[in-house]
Design a protein around this ligand. Structure first.
Ligand SMILES: [Fe+2]
Length: 252
């Protein structure tokens, strides 16, 4: 399996703090059958320059590489970033350097409570520059849970969407809505967004098992295939989103 969203790089953000933390998370990923991991620390354009971020990331990657020496973990790692959304992203000359290594995939997160009205336009402008935006943990935004069809606008603008494994495993009350979003082709990728063993540990195997049980093998396999394809830097053939309907106060 492929995990496209993690905070495993040591000392970069609120994720792994030391190379030992990173190794524990990577060991757990491997035990669960994950063999490809994107390392995606937080980046905010209002906090530091792209160059400063890339330098910090290089140093962290070096520390991780040293810790991995002799460990023989069966995992391929790629450097990336989780970029905080701003309309200015589409105007940045160096935004492509934040894409997942060797690909045009840019992991973008929105502010949790604020619906970004200009998102579809900015995402479309990014795609015109050859960038494929992957929207992080879409189920965590209240505005998406209130109207999952917002995802169709972003998908039509050329973006892919990612859901956190823990949202399925740990938040049983939300599951019906999340399974429904998966069945309506509104989610393309399942990832861990792992930060530490205590805060959001990797749980991709359990989440995939739930998808398998409740949405069927086809959807589980498609999610895995789409993550593999994006990790390789290719554009997966995405199924058309199907609009959800609201009946009796619930989304179906
Ligand atoms: Fe994240």
């Amino acid at each position: 399996m492929t995990d496209l969203h993690t905070h495993i790089l040591p000392g970069m953000d609120d994720g792994a703090q030391s190379p030992e933390d990173s190794l524990s998370l990577l060991r757990m990923e491997c035990l669960q059958g994950v063999s490809q991991v994107a390392l995606t620390p937080h980046f905010r354009v209002d906090k530091e320059s792209v160059q400063e971020f890339l330098k910090r990331r290089q140093n962290a990657a070096e520390r991780l590489r040293e810790a991995l020496d002799g460990q023989e973990l069966p995992v391929t790692l790629k450097l990336g970033a989780e970029v905080f959304y701003s309309t200015s992203l589409a105007q940045m000359d160096d935004v492509d350097t934040l894409c997942l290594e060797g690909t045009n995939v840019l992991l973008v997160e929105f502010s949790p409570g604020l619906y970004p009205r200009d998102a579809a336009d900015t995402l479309y402008q990014l795609t015109r520059q050859g960038i494929l935006p992957l929207i992080a943990h879409v189920e965590r935004y209240a505005f998406v849970r209130n109207d999952p069809n917002l995802l169709s606008e972003w998908i039509e603008a050329g973006a892919c969407t990612q859901m956190n494994a823990t949202s399925l495993v740990m938040h049983a009350k939300q599951r019906k809505l999340l399974f429904s979003m998966l069945r309506h082709n509104l989610i393309h990728v399942l990832s861990t967004d792992t930060h530490s063993m205590a805060k959001r540990p990797p749980m991709l195997d359990k989440a995939m098992e739930l998808v398998n049980q409740h949405c069927g093998q086809n959807i589980a396999q498609t999610l895995q295939h789409q993550a593999d394809t994006l990790f390789q830097g290719e554009m997966p053939r995405l199924p058309d989103p199907v609009p959800m309907k609201k009946l009796l106060g619930r989304w179906w």
